[in-house]
Design a protein around this ligand. Structure first.
Ligand SMILES: Cc1ncc(COP(=O)(O)O)c(C=O)c1O
Length: 449
């Protein structure tokens, strides 16, 4: 960098700092859960209703963000402040308005292009690809990465890679409660019939029950029966190491390994769908945490990365033409993705990392809820936390979540039977904020009784 460039960079940084100061100036000095302002409520309700009409479907929660937030807190246009333990279903891995992300995004916003593709790319594309491949190579055979805009798109790329290599094999293995996204084929892989009501059935997916501690051998038996009939017609086994939409359940490594070993006998690609688990379980990839890296042929990630990506090994490298598209991601998202990985690499991962500490605090809270008979059971995998209410019904779970939202904490349901309350916790949450969320949860349990 020459002197002029250094000077320009300094000027840009000073300008960006000024913008950040303006953002901060209007924010409350300290944040906490705050009810809506009565004077704003009527207009707010109208906006929510108008949006419902425009979309042809009402919002699940009356949530219209004000574009302001800090860490776990988010301000809505009705003047309320909520604790966001959902984060755009996992996008806000560093909470709201993380200053380092804002700085990276503002700088990237001054770039010559907003959206990057795959043909003419800028440096952010290189920086993110390099960082992702370096991370993936640590504990797996994954060697390449292809960027894209959404988890579903990454899944389509993954599937095509598997099918091209395993030419002529139509079938896909997936768990009963899989969730893969909402393109036509990803909906087909998804287990929940609600996401594909009245769509044609393409009959390309063979189902395996997920791990049942009462009957741990069942999944392997079903897999073996599929392999016996269709083994040479199956291209790929797609699996989530922690079921996301399917109910925040996991299994011991041996469970996955027993299935992987059988699949390998037939040359079936092993595709870890980490769209929800990436960055969240206490290691960058859940396959690292579960010690499964050596098995993985293809892996998809998304959400907290601010874009999505498909990793693959040498064997599954697609031939030119198979995967591409107009967009890879926006320049600010690519720059933010690099920053997210840098920040989470500094103290968040590992046995003693900040994610493990947050997990421990949530376990303590949920353990108390169980003792006080507020909940039936719970699971916490790093920043993925969930519990079932006593009756496990979807109706009461939804009722509870709506009341919880009203009281100031945002979560979402997952699973079907049992239905669960889940949180995609931002990595930046503090112990005092977990205490505040706990109080709101208790208030909500008591109001439901
Ligand atoms: C495991 C899993 N795969 C794929 C997807 C689809 O990602 P997207 O919504 O970005 O298309 C999701 C989304 O929630 C997911 O949880």
């Amino acid at each position: 960098m020459d002197n002029k460039e250094m000077l320009d960079m300094k000027k840009t940084n000073a300008f960006i700092q000024k913008l950040l100061n303006i953002y901060d100036r209007d924010l409350p000095k300290s944040w906490c859960v705050t009810p809506a302002q009565t004077a704003l409520e009527e207009d707010y309700l109208h906006s929510i209703q108008e949006l419902g009409k425009l979309r042809g479907r009402a919002l699940l929660y009356p949530y219209l963000g004000a574009g302001r937030g800090k860490g776990v807190y988010v301000a809505l246009l009705d003047g309320s402040v909520k604790m966001d333990l959902l984060g755009g279903i996992g996008v806000q891995i560093l909470g709201h308005a993380h200053p380092e992300i804002q700085r990276a995004v503002l700088k990237a916003g001054l770039s010559d292009v907003l959206m990057q593709g795959h043909l003419l790319v800028n440096k952010e594309y290189l920086d993110l690809s390099r960082k992702l491949v370096t991370l993936a190579q640590k504990n797996s055979r994954l060697k390449y990465v292809w960027l894209t805009t959404s988890g579903s798109r990454a899944g389509e790329d993954a599937l095509k890679m598997a099918r091209q290599k395993n030419k002529g094999r139509r079938k896909i293995l997936a768990f009963d409660y899989a969730f893969a996204g909402r393109t036509t084929l990803m909906s087909e892989i998804t287990g929940n019939p609600k996401v594909k009501e009245d769509l044609p059935v393409y009959d390309e997916v063979l189902r395996i029950p997920f791990y049942d501690p009462q009957n741990p051998k069942q999944s392997l038996e079903v897999l073996k029966s599929h392999l016996k009939k269709e083994g040479n017609n199956i291209s790929v086994f797609v699996f989530e190491i922690v079921l996301g939409e399917g109910g925040y359940k996991s299994a011991p490594p041996e469970f996955f390994i027993s299935l992987f070993e059988e699949c390998r006998k037939y040359g079936i690609a092993l595709w870890a769908d980490e769209v929800q688990t990436f960055l969240r379980t206490g290691e960058f990839f859940a396959f690292e945490k579960w010690g499964l890296g050596s098995y993985i042929d293809i892996c998809t990630v998304g959400k907290g990365l601010q874009l999505a990506a498909t990793f693959f090994t040498e064997e599954y490298k697609p031939r030119p033409g198979l995967v591409s598209g107009t967009f890879s991601a926006s320049t600010p998202c690519l720059a933010a993705g690099v920053k997210v990985l840098e920040i989470l690499g500094e103290g968040y991962m590992g046995e003693a990392g900040l994610i493990a500490q947050t997990q421990k605090l949530f376990i303590e809270v949920f353990e108390e809820f169980k003792e006080r008979s507020f909940i039936k059971d719970y699971d916490v995998f790093g920043l993925m936390a969930s519990f079932s209410l006593l009756d496990c019904s979807m109706e009461n779970t939804q009722k509870f979540l709506k009341q919880l939202f009203h009281n100031g904490v945002i979560g979402l349901s997952c699973g079907i039977n049992p239905a669960r309350v889940r949180f995609l916790i931002p990595a930046v949450i503090k112990a005092s904020e977990i205490e505040e969320a706990k109080k709101v949860l208790i208030k909500t349990f008591l109001s439901m009784k």
